[in-house]
Ligand binder design. Structure first.
Ligand code: AMP
Length: 295
């Protein structure tokens, strides 16, 4: 599976990418992370990017395209990847199309996380506070001033990608203002609908739901439905059985009636026969008496 997460800084691309890669066993390719690593390592790319990144600008297209192309060729990306923070400009998107075509790879989806701009500053402030709490180094570009600049470059250079991918029927938009797990679920549903993931990844979630008391309600409801269904079935089969007995009784009654009728007929016939015999005998006796009197 190969997907792009699109959204302004603070929209949750990084958080969602982390959750999705755990679930699907793919890698997250974040150009921001790679560039920060290059800056920290003091590589030529890092030296080029350092100032630009600190001011909230965009690193030249050819630099990031080169980084991504090399990264896609790594063995761990063979299973699939989530592009986070790339492409950021239309020329980068065009370069990616070419690159994937050349590598015979297909893009499954471009997911836009739509958020209210007013919420972004708050989100980034929360991220900074959490990083400080964990004792992590805070990003140099996570300040209100630089964020304003990063937002401006998103609006001017990255937002046109929404049109670019929607024209190519690749774009799906998800409400990025929902709770983190709700966004993850929405992305999963979308990937299922697109056929980018197998329904069995759902199974993983289901078994996880067993251990999750918040999700147990649904499981309990589901299992409560089962006995009710069985009882319904049993009741139905009882009805069927009763009907069958009734039917059998009816049939038996009919047979008995027929037999009785038949027997009755036989009795009557016997009676008639007996009467006839009696009559015949009387007639014969009378004839004999008449003949004797004549003599
Ligand atoms: P991010 O971690 O995605 O917010 O990126 C941090 C900074 O890295 C950005 O503000 C840019 O200066 C630079 N950067 C990351 N990805 C790109 C990209 N695809 N194109 C140009 N610059 C980038």
């Amino acid at each position: 599976m190969r997907i792009i997460l699109l959204g302004p800084p603070g929209s949750g691309k990084g958080t969602q990418a982390q959750l999705l890669l755990q679930r699907y066993g793919i890698v997250q390719l974040s150009t921001g992370e790679m560039l920060r690593a290059a800056v920290a390592a003091g590589t030529p790319v890092g030296l080029k990017a350092k100032e630009i990144m600190a001011s909230g600008g965009l690193v030249p297209d050819d630099v990031v395209v080169g980084i991504i192309s090399d990264r896609i060729d790594q063995p761990d990306a063979r299973n699939g990847f989530i592009l986070d923070g790339f492409p950021r400009t239309v020329p980068q998107a065009e370069a990616l199309d070419e690159l994937l075509k050349h590598k015979h790879l297909k893009l499954d989806a471009v997911i836009e996380l739509r958020v209210n701009e007013s919420a972004l500053l708050n989100r980034v402030e929360t991220r900074v506070a959490q990083m400080r709490e964990r004792g992590e180094e805070v990003r140099l570009d996570d300040t209100p001033e630089v964020l304003t600049k990063r937002l401006a470059s998103y609006r001017n250079q990255t937002e046109p990608l929404i049109h670019y991918y929607s024209e190519r029927r690749k774009l799906s938009t998800i409400d990025g203002m929902m709770a983190i797990d709700e966004v993850t679920r929405a992305i999963h549903r979308l990937l299922l609908a697109l056929g980018a993931v197998e329904p069995k990844t759902h199974g993983k979630t289901r078994s996880a739901a067993k251990a999750d008391p918040a999700k147990k309600g649904k499981t309990a409801k589901e299992s409560a439905k089962k006995p009710a269904k069985t009882a319904k079935k049993a009741a139905k089969s009882k009805k069927v059985a009763k009907k069958a007995v009734k039917g059998a009784t009816k049939a038996a009654k009919k047979t008995v009636k027929k037999a009785v009728k038949k027997a009755g007929k036989k009795k009557a016939a016997k009676k008639t026969a007996r009467k006839a015999v009696k009559k015949g005998a009387k007639k014969a006796a009378k004839k004999v008496t008449k003949r004797r009197a004549k003599r």
